[in-house]
Design a protein around this ligand. Structure first.
Ligand SMILES: CC(C)(COP(=O)(O)OP(=O)(O)OC[C@H]1O[C@@H](n2cnc3c(N)ncnc32)[C@H](O)[C@@H]1OP(=O)(O)O)[C@@H](O)C(=O)NCCC(=O)NCCS
Length: 142
């Protein structure tokens, strides 16, 4: 299992994973390029010889916001491995918590986040285009 910083040569694969993942964001190459090497971005890939997943988070003042996460082979612990690495980045930024928004319909992601220590802290009704609510979650960092 190997999580590392994303680099420019990963971006086509990252875009392909995003494009084939329900609930993931639709990224342009330019948007992703802007996140590489940014001091306020944590852009990780899971690479075990092949890039199988990515995570993108940003620092906003004292909070770390999880922007997107998607994996190619679900159910193998790749999402959990990426989330575990985010804790370290958030602590390095001096952030007190990690926040995220997820569709109420995205059961797999909700389960992953709950198991990784994220608590439900709010709800935005009919937030997404498909009419689903956004669930707001936080993970306080000690
Ligand atoms: C949500 C998402 C990132 C989860 O990633 P994942 O790699 O499947 O998550 P994990 O494998 O770490 O955990 C998921 C399950 O696999 C199980 N698992 C973990 N390691 C495992 C292993 N080695 N073998 C088998 N199962 C394993 C976990 O226990 C968990 O079980 P559960 O389904 O009963 O909860 C992934 O489903 C995805 O890419 N979805 C589409 C994009 C998306 O929804 N992104 C979120 C936007 S908010």
């Amino acid at each position: 299992m190997s999580v590392r910083q994303a680099q420019a040569s990963d971006l086509e694969v990252v875009r392909a994973i995003a494009a084939s993942s329900p609930f993931a964001a639709a990224w342009s190459l330019k948007q992703l390029q802007g996140e590489i090497g940014s001091p306020k971005s944590c852009f990780l890939v899971f690479d075990d010889g092949e890039v199988r997943g990515y995570l993108l988070a940003i620092q906003v003042a004292s909070e770390t916001q999880l922007v997107d996460i998607a994996v190619r082979d679900t159910g193998r612990g790749i999402g959990k491995a990426l989330l575990d690495h985010l804790d370290g980045a958030a602590r390095n930024w001096g952030c007190g918590k990690i926040t995220l928004e997820v569709s109420a319909k995205n059961e797999r992601a909700l389960r992953l986040y709950r198991r990784a220590g994220y608590d439900i802290v709010g709800r935005r009704p009919k937030f997404y285009n498909d009419g689903s609510d956004a669930i707001l979650m936080d993970r306080p960092l000690a």
